[in-house]
Design a protein around this ligand. Structure first.
Ligand SMILES: Nc1nc2c(ncn2[C@@H]2O[C@H](COP(=O)(O)OP(=O)(O)OP(=O)(O)O)[C@@H](O)[C@H]2O)c(=O)[nH]1
Ligand SMILES: [Mg+2]
Length: 222
């Protein structure tokens, strides 16, 4: 019996990423991804206009925040599998075949990790490195998930995983809520090493201290 090939939707998240979005869209492997949806926040730099001009679909969030962007995108996606893509160009699209292969093989979630042997990051600063390592340690300590990089939100998962979790976070704390609830439901994380690139243009949206605390609070209360 042949396994039917799963339909893949790439959700590309953008908030003022006009300087990188064209390159990011060009790098998505079109032979593996069947639908590309750009979910835009409140970009004021012409990002959605450029995306439409390039011939891609844009969904505009009704609310604000990174978590809300994913929720909005998952609702609109027609694929069986969701692949998350950052609009800043920091994800290495060379890893997409391995992520999608893992899902085809039956893994629930295929998760990229900067902190496995073979991974890395040129985007991390000493502060974000320590923060990522600490929050990953904390989420593993409290929830026993066993992730090596809980805050790298580069992964592929079946859409049904998202739909089964009742995720409510609107901001970056969505990352913690996702992995905690997915683990609790019994989903397994298949991790692969990945090299994060530096963002190619524009400004960082994560505010280290407030977002770090918001994520920590979610880890402690989820
Ligand atoms: N649609 C949408 N996208 C967002 C929002 N916040 C961030 N993003 C996008 O999500 C991606 C990840 O955010 P980043 O600012 O790169 O966060 P980060 O990777 O932790 O930080 P840097 O890479 O160091 O800037 C980027 O492409 C952002 O444009 C949001 O509220 N809505
Ligand atoms: Mg980034």
């Amino acid at each position: 019996v042949e396994t039917p090939t799963l339909k893949v939707t790439a959700l590309v998240l953008t908030l003022n990423e006009v300087g990188s979005i064209e390159e990011v869209l060009s790098e998505i492997p079109k032979d593996l991804v069947h639908e590309i949806l750009v979910v835009d926040g409140a970009s004021t730099d012409g990002t959605p206009e450029l995306v439409r001009k390039l011939g891609y679909q844009v969904i505009t969030q009704e609310r604000r925040g990174y978590g809300d962007a994913i929720t909005t995108g998952v609702k609109a996606a027609t694929g069986d599998v969701i692949l998350l893509v950052a609009g800043d160009g920091s994800y290495d699209m060379e890893d997409v075949p391995r992520l999608l292969e893992a899902i085809e093989q039956g893994h629930d979630i295929a998760w990229a990790s900067r902190y496995l042997p073979g991974g890395g990051s040129t985007d991390d600063t000493i502060i974000t490195y320590i923060g990522n390592r600490f929050l990953t340690f904390l989420v593993n300590l409290i929830h026993g998930i066993g992730l090596s990089d809980a805050l790298y939100f580069y992964f592929a998962a079946r859409k049904s995983v998202f739909q089964s979790l009742d995720l409510k976070s609107l901001g970056f704390e969505y990352c913690a809520e996702f992995s905690i609830k997915a683990h609790r439901k019994g989903y397994k994380f298949h991790q692969i090493p990945s090299k994060e690139k530096s963002r190619r243009a524009g400004k960082k949206k994560v505010k280290n201290i407030p977002d770090g605390f918001r994520i920590m609070w979610k880890i402690l209360t989820a």
